[in-house]
Design a protein. Structure first.
Length: 334
């Protein structure tokens, strides 16, 4: 059995930052994540995507951010159970918890922190004919390696931030990029949308607004995508690869059965310390909800810091918490 102070469910950027904040207070952490590596969505879905809203970094690649965070928490020696889903939670007589994973890993902890991002997630698939026929080799619901599309003809579908950002990025990688969106306006950041419009005006990408997907076509390999425009005319976009980016469908999994207060697949928390309705269980990052919630990594970092200040009383009930600045105390390992 693994003995730790805090069991963190989810090893994404917010979960990793919680390790750092906990470490400053001499609290040990064990992280469990269903994905085979740390980093959450950043590593699994868009490791090469540039992120622009991390303080101190005008731009940083998603995987680079995770790598930096791993270096940041290294002095605190966290332990991990990766590729394993949390299955059971059992409260002990002294108030602590026994967390059990799908592979039988048993973790005894004083505090449970749910930092599972969107939870167990699946990509939202478009309703398009022949999708399953080409899924194995030519359809990609995430971009793990942009070099896979080097000098290829690709069609991206979607109108959110991910579709916009990858269109901009892959315009300098692929032979030809076509962005298809069923509406005439985008849901993503205005700045990203502006970059897409500029690329289209410069002839560096093909932009097909108010077009709906109809079918993927080809013989042994994907050759083109059939679309229909506002005038009900068929349009054909050549494609070696199809990248539909419609976001993720979140599923809380077994966490939904723990008696937590849940609203639309998100866990309600008290913004004083991001505690849930169950004592010693906290939720931070995209998986929680509260009035004014912003789903930003930055917001999750803030939530992690306040959560750790609150969790201290369960790990060290006999000690008084004294807040100290790292600029004064430095970062001291155990």
């Amino acid at each position: 059995m693994i003995q730790t102070d805090i069991c963190i469910i989810g090893a994404g950027p917010v979960g990793l930052f919680a390790v750092f904040e906990a470490g400053l207070l001499k609290m040990r952490c064990h992280l469990i994540d269903v994905l085979p590596q740390v980093g959450g969505q950043l590593s699994e879905i868009y490791p090469h995507k540039p992120i622009y809203d991390i303080p101190g970094y005008p731009t940083i690649k998603a995987q680079e951010l995770i790598d930096n965070q791993m270096l940041q928490i290294a002095p605190f020696k966290p332990t991990f159970s990766l590729g394993e889903r949390v299955e059971h939670l059992e409260k002990q007589e002294d108030g602590s918890y026994l967390v059990t994973g799908s592979d039988g890993t048993a973790i005894h902890c004083q505090v449970v922190v749910i930092a599972g991002g969107l939870g167990c997630f699946e990509p939202r698939k478009p309703d398009v004919f022949n999708l399953s026929l080409f899924e194995k080799a030519h359809v990609h619901y995430m971009v793990k390696d942009p070099e896979k599309f080097r000098d290829k003809t690709i069609v991206i579908a979607g109108g959110g931030d991910s579709a916009l950002d990858w269109t901009v990025f892959l315009a300098n990688v692929a032979k030809q990029v076509t962005l298809v969106h069923r509406s005439d306006s985008f849901r993503g950041a205005p700045d990203s949308a502006e970059k897409v419009y500029e690329l289209a005006q410069q002839g560096k990408i093909n932009l097909l607004l108010s077009h709906n997907l109809m079918a993927l076509e080809g013989t042994s390999a994907l050759q083109q995508i059939r679309l229909i425009n506002k005038a009900k005319e068929e349009v054909f976009a050549p494609a070696d690869h199809f990248i539909p980016l419609y976001g993720l469908s979140p599923k809380l999994g077994p966490i939904a059965e723990w008696g937590l207060t849940i609203d639309k697949n998100a866990i309600e928390v008290n913004t004083f310390d991001y505690s849930t309705n169950i004592e010693r269980i906290y939720a931070i990052g995209d998986i929680n909800t509260y009035p004014g919630k912003l789903k930003l990594i930055l917001s999750g970092y803030h939530e992690a810091a306040l959560m750790c200040q609150s969790a201290f009383k369960y790990v060290y009930p006999e000690q008084k918490l004294s807040f100290k600045y790292t600029t004064v105390n430095g970062v001291n390992a155990f």
